[in-house]
Unconditional design. Structure first.
Length: 242
């Protein structure tokens, strides 16, 4: 356990990044300025995460409350990963499953990182984040969340979680990213989705082959998740992109 973890939420906000880039390059409508804003979001996110060393990234809905059984399960898993492996825990920094993961990290005494996104509603930074990295662009945030992580853990979620999951699977399917364990945590939630993939994509339309189902593991077992992480290649802050 790292007893030196302190709250460290001071990074440039998305508004500060935008203001600085506009002052240097010109008006916000200028395409070059927009590209520089995007570049700065990537730089701040990736540079910060690379300094953390080994990490586990959690994805999931912001809408589940603290008394939901899945919230409690995710908190427990994140706490074990933090305590037993001394990994930093990354999430989108919001409520629900993200808050559960950050809560487990805080209880384990490891770095609890929130890669937050500026949205018109729903998103707020949960109180368990010790390091916040703000984003305006979803794609910059998504790349940063998976750039150096040892494992991606997908919990109960909605459209956003599916977007993040299928992007990660596509990157691995096409060889555009190094092998990263992808855990679908919760058989009650992910089992029916897996059945749909098998029946529709594999058997009926053959748009996914059966071998590609091995890109992910569905489980309820904390022990299995810990063992998968232990057996996977250690990136230790090095990028996983090809």
């Amino acid at each position: 356990m790292n007893t030196d973890i302190k709250n460290d939420v001071r990074h440039l906000t998305v508004d500060e990044i935008r203001k600085c880039c506009i002052e240097i390059e010109g008006e916000p409508e200028d395409e070059k300025t927009k590209l520089i804003i995007i570049e700065e979001e990537f730089r701040q996110g990736i540079d910060t995460i690379k300094e953390l060393g080994p990490s586990a990234t959690f994805y999931g809905s912001a809408r589940l409350k603290e008394d939901h059984p899945d919230f409690i399960k995710v908190t427990s898993l994140a706490r074990r990963i933090g305590k037993e492996l001394n990994y930093a825990i990354l999430s989108g920094g919001g409520g629900g499953m993200m808050e559960a993961a950050n809560k487990g990290a805080k209880e384990a005494g490891v770095e609890s990182v929130g890669l937050t996104i500026k949205l018109p509603k729903e998103q707020h930074t949960n109180p368990y984040v010790t390091k916040e990295i703000p984003f305006h662009f979803f794609f910059a945030r998504q790349v940063s969340m998976s750039y150096t992580t040892e494992v991606c853990i997908f919990c109960t979620g909605g459209f956003g979680t599916f977007y993040e999951l299928f992007e990660m699977l596509t990157l691995q399917q096409t060889g555009k990213i190094g092998k990263i364990p992808v855990i679908l945590y919760g058989t009650e939630y992910w089992g029916p989705i897996n059945d749909l993939i098998k029946k529709l994509l594999v058997e009926k339309y053959n748009t996914v082959n059966e071998k590609e189902l091995e890109l992910y593991t569905i489980t309820d077992s904390e022990d299995e998740v810990i063992e998968i992480i232990k057996k996977s290649k250690m990136r230790n802050g090095e990028d996983s992109l090809i």
